[in-house]
Design a protein around this ligand. Sequence first.
Ligand code: HEM
Ligand code: HEM
Length: 177
Amino acid sequence: MDTMNRYAPALRRIHWLTALLLLAAYLLIEQRNLFPRGSEPRALMVQGHFWTGLAIFVFAVWRVLLRRRLGAPPITPVPPQWQQWFAKAMHLALYAFVLVMPLLGLATAWSDDKQLLLPFTQLAVPALLPVDKDLAHQLEDLHGTIGEAFYWVIGLHIVAALYHHFWVRDDTLRRMR
Ligand code: HEM
Ligand code: HEM
């Protein structure tokens, strides 16, 4: 494999780390009903969701800056033009997702009077938004709806990667490995 034809190591590492963090963020919040409201393990899961989500944001900012500087390697053989445009739109949507969702989540938590606690302490990060339950419910709906919608976008992204690897047999996936 021609090593020149891969994403830069930092971009590859952040891509897969983001995928793992997203899996954790989703699992922690979707499975919180395993424990009753007000219980310690449930609160830990919700705090885990907040912090994995914020980590996703930090890596997303870092990744966008790196990506602008380092670019992306070409795919061999070159896919049809329509696929390149479609992939670009999907990737932009995924970047927007990892940048916007954490901020929306943070705004939801603060406006809902849910504290973001420093790990292993009871110290809350000072909220930068006033409590507003109506706004909180709207933000939470939006955050939840986008979260559900992106199961499909991420699913399609994975199917596209597998299609390129096993069907078209080009180097799309190897470039990110
Ligand atoms: C990319 C990162 C994130 C994703 C994909 C994500 C996704 C989700 C999903 C799917 C839900 C479940 C909605 C439901 O069950 O109806 C949720 C709920 C929530 N998220 Fe996030 N989230 C992210 C980041 C964050 C961050 C960084 C925060 C706050 C610091 C946050 C705060 C919340 C809150 C407050 C809820 C409602 C939880 C509750 O009802 O107790 N999220 N999120
Ligand atoms: C099993 C899971 C995943 C696989 C197999 C996978 C595979 C790939 C592959 C092969 C590429 C290169 C595509 C190309 O250059 O045209 C790519 C790029 C990308 N992936 Fe994933 N991915 C996965 C999960 C995710 C997740 C969860 C996200 C969510 C943020 C994501 C976001 C992106 C983005 C934004 C790019 C564009 C990179 C760029 O050119 O700047 N991926 N992925």
